[in-house]
Write a protein that binds this ligand. Structure first.
Ligand code: ADP
Ligand code: ZN
Length: 437
């Protein structure tokens, strides 16, 4: 299935930097005009003493204060709406991983533009009409299901709206319809592996899979490797958030070196979450996004709480849209133990490098007699589980030592039976903090 045409939307993907900035400015002006139709921004612009018509260029954006998730919650449900209700065709609610949900509205044009962003993203990885696309993420309020679904149909893929869960049927569908592309969250991709093995299905031998779109939650390079090796596919990282439509904000191209943010639709800034100032070029910080092409509910300088950095240099694929590094996680996910700041994905990275470690783990923080404890519960593989005690102890020590190397503190490591830790079809819960009740 080779195809030499490289771009889905050449007019925006193949721009030069200055053409892209011109387009951004045109779209930013439109967005600034539009946002004040919402109650929230109308009030805010008055409060700030700013007039949207007084902006003179992209750089002026930094004069605006940030919009936060708390703002979205406080204006729930309609405070950010910029269009009359009869122009809305869709509503999504963010999955509420970190607290009360927020509502996001779409006009018909928003849904169409969003589908194009996803079609463009998938096309960039090599997806083409003739492929069968199985969407293994939750449909419904979660944007991952319908977002990819519309994008895949737009691109012309045979689309199977499988949804999350019901694993045996998923595998059956893959087999019966020669699924070549899957969209799946990383934790579910890991959980599906032992089920395939149990069913005697070897994906490399029995299935036709070639591409995986994997995202919606943080995962490490090691997990990418595990998924690629097991399923025999190339895994492309996919990033998005409901507040900015959903998936399709940033996506990896075929060079698999960071995710291109679609800068014709989203303005990206990376700030220091403490000082709120821009970080030096290429440093890690919190990503702030401004939507440039949303009608129903555009957001200005929205603090995503996601920590990443902009990768330096140009991408071999030729797109000027800048690339984001793998997300470290959300600022909310970071925990502090014994004075050390840790992201769950750092633990994952160490664990998934050890072949005897299975696909699920849980970090538990406790306070015993006023001392903070970090416990890492690790599922071992079936093969290891039948080994003798001495080998298990050696493995336990190795995990503790490797974690110390990465985290600089030594957690307690508990090895548990395969498939014994809690699991669900949605985003994985990797951390349980029982210190503050
Ligand atoms: P919720 O905030 O309730 O989880 P969303 O479904 O909108 O609702 O999730 C968006 C969030 O998911 C992002 O802000 C980010 O934290 C996370 N996320 C999405 N894609 C990725 C990815 N590829 N890598 C890491 N985190 C991701
Ligand atoms: Zn590229």
């Amino acid at each position: 299935m080779t195809d030499n045409s490289h771009f889905w939307e050449k007019s925006v993907e193949a721009l030069t930097r200055s053409q892209l900035e011109d387009l951004q400015w045109v779209r930013l002006q439109k967005t600034l005009e539009r946002v004040t139709r919402s109650r929230f921004y109308e009030d805010r612009f008055k409060e700030w003493g700013l007039s949207p018509s007084r902006f003179e260029g992209l750089d002026d954006l930094c004069r605006l204060p940030f919009t936060t998730k708390e703002d979205l919650r406080s204006a729930y449900p309609y405070g950010f709406l910029c269009t009359p209700r009869d122009q809305l065709v869709r509503l999504h609610v963010s999955s509420g991983t970190t607290g009360q949900a927020t509502a996001i509205f779409y006009t018909r044009k928003d849904v169409e533009n969003w589908a194009d962003l996803l079609a463009r993203s998938m096309y960039m990885t090599g997806a083409r009409p003739g492929d069968t696309f199985q969407n293994l993420t939750g449909y419904g309020l979660f944007t991952g299901g319908l977002g990819f679904h519309y994008g895949a149909e737009r691109l012309g893929l045979l689309t199977i709206p499988a949804g999350a869960g019901n694993s045996k049927r998923q595998i059956q569908l893959m087999r019966d319809f020669a699924t070549s592309i899957i969209h799946i969250i990383p934790s579910y991709a890991l959980l599906l592996m032992p089920i395939m093995m149990e069913m005697g299905v070897d994906p490399r031998r029995d299935l036709q899979l070639r591409i995986g779109f994997v995202g919606a939650e943080p995962y490490s390079e090691e997990v990418r490797r595990r998924i690629q090796d097991f399923y025999g596919i190339r895994v492309f990282n996919s990033y998005g958030l409901s507040e900015m439509n959903g998936p399709g904000v940033a996506f990896e191209c075929s060079s698999q070196q960071g995710m291109h943010v679609w800068e014709d639709s989203y303005l990206v800034e990376i700030i220091d979450p403490q000082t709120l100032k821009p970080v030096p070029h290429g440093s890690y910080g919190e990503m702030v996004l401004t939507s440039l092409n949303r009608e129903a509910m555009p957001l200005l300088r929205y603090r995503t709480k996601d920590l990443t950095r902009i990768l330096p240099g140009e991408c071999p694929c030729g797109r000027v849209h800048r690339r984001l590094d793998r997300m470290q996680g959300r600022s909310d996910d970071m925990f502090i133990i014994k004075g050390v700041n840790i992201f769950p994905v750092q633990v994952e990275q160490v664990l998934m490098n050890i072949p005897q470690v299975g696909n699920n783990y849980l970090i538990l923080l406790r306070n015993e007699n006023n001392i903070d404890e970090m416990i890492v519960r690790v599922e071992v593989t079936d093969r290891v589980f039948v080994e003798d005690m001495r080998q298990l102890q050696t493995l336990q020590k190795k995990i503790a030592r490797d974690l110390r190397g990465e985290l600089l503190i030594t957690p307690l490591v508990e090895l548990v039976e395969p498939h014994s830790l809690p699991k669900n079809d949605g985003k994985a819960v990797r951390l349980r903090d029982e210190r503050r009740k």
